[in-house]
Design a protein around this ligand. Structure first.
Ligand code: PLP
Length: 374
């Protein structure tokens, strides 16, 4: 048996997306830029997907630019914006943080202990006349904490990395103060290799890739038609099922958290005090090494994640959890469980049993990892 609780890293492709992709891959081989009938069949697939994604996000289809994924969308937004100072947050995904490093001249605002960034702190970091863009992720990949997207002074672009929000919480872009919004198919039951950057009408962005005039001139290169068909089908499924599915997943997450907190001493939920996406929980297991717990769960058939990055053999604690004020040890003792469409109650109960067993074994193994008595 294998149990998958790492849906914030990637999700299984849903049946609707799979069917749309199989058809596009097997039957629709024309180039969407070609004038002949085969080309126009491919063009129709791309334009239908654009409408499907726009319906999910509540925005006009012409504001949807297809990319290869979340990283490319974040890079295009950050590096394609006009020169000047940028305000962002310390808890962004590396796709934003590394693009900011390439760009230079930016300020990172810290979150509060619950993982939420105060809109007032964002506004205070803006330098009048110098700041051209603010980039705040809509929902955090490690904790699920949902950020408030503030109204900005006129003339400053707002980009939001919505990769972990799209398909999990309702997103109506026409009602949010955002100009640029990134998402990716493979985090919501679509395929890898298809992403979206929403570019509000009238926003001037410089392309990062040059060639043909594809995607409003913002993303040269023949469209990945099968992957775009897949992201479109996944978006359409979510437009119809988001509220029922997010309620179902929220109940599973509640069941998981309640059982772990009740049955395993020394546990607490990171970001519990803030609004969160319904599928994500990040749990601290006091005194334990998260990586060790992750590996024993993997051996038992359960896929979970630690926010820690492993670079050259050394485990560095999550930059998100340390920015929230956790110590390095607390951050390294935390694991992320992210649920999705394929999980059900009996999977969650099996996971809780497995976590309880693994924690008991690891705590018995190591007298240094005893639960603190306070
Ligand atoms: C996964 C993720 C990305 C990167 O998306 P890819 O499609 O894998 O490139 C960006 N931002 C967040 C918040 C993510 O979770």
């Amino acid at each position: 048996m294998s149990f998958y609780f790492d849906n914030n890293a990637s999700t299984p492709v849903g049946p609707e997306a799979l069917q749309a992709m199989e058809r596009a891959l097997a039957e629709v081989y024309g180039n969407p830029s070609s004038i002949h009938a085969q080309g126009q069949r491919a063009r129709r697939i791309v334009e239908t997907a654009r409408e499907q994604v726009a319906a999910l996000l509540g925005c006009p289809p012409k504001t949807i630019v297809f990319t290869s994924g979340g990283t490319e969308s974040d890079n295009l937004a950050i590096l394609g914006a006009p020169p000047g100072h940028v305000v962002s947050t310390a808890i962004e995904h590396p796709a934003v943080l590394e693009a900011l490093r390439v760009r230079g001249n930016y300020t990172l605002v810290q979150p509060g202990p619950n993982g939420a960034v105060e809109p007032g702190a964002i506004l205070a970091a803006i330098r009048p006349g110098e700041t051209v863009m603010v980039s705040i992720m809509h929902a955090n990949n490690e904790t699920g904490v949902v950020q408030e997207l503030p109204e900005l002074p006129p003339g400053i672009l707002l980009h939001s990395d919505g990769v972990q929000a799209a398909g999990k919480i309702p997103v109506r872009l026409s009602e949010l103060p955002v100009d640029l919004y990134s998402l990716t198919g493979h985090k919501f039951a679509g395929p890898k290799g298809a992403g979206v950057l929403y570019v509000r009408e009238g926003v001037e962005l410089h392309p990062r890739q040059f060639g043909g005039r594809h995607e409003r001139g913002l993303r040269a290169g023949t469209e990945n038609v099968p992957a775009i068909a897949g992201i479109g089908a996944a978006a359409e499924w979510l437009t119809q099922n988001l509220s029922a599915e997010s309620a179902r997943v929220a109940a599973l997450r509640g069941r998981l958290e309640a059982a772990i907190l009740a049955r395993i001493p020394g546990t607490s939920v990171n970001g519990a005090g803030a609004p969160r996406t319904p599928n994500t929980t990040n749990i601290q297991f006091a005194g334990l090494e998260g990586e060790a717990l992750l590996i024993s769960l993997d051996l038992a058939g359960f896929a979970v994640s630690s926010g820690a990055a492993c670079s050259s053999g050394a485990v560095t604690p999550s930059h998100v959890l340390t920015a929230m004020g956790l110590s390095k040890e607390q951050a390294k003792s935390s694991l992320r469980f992210s649920l999705g469409r394929t999980n059900n109650e009996s999977d969650v109960d099996a996971l809780v049993d497995a976590v309880e067993r693994a924690v008991a074994r690891l705590r018995n193994l190591s007298p240094f990892h005893a639960v603190p008595s306070s």
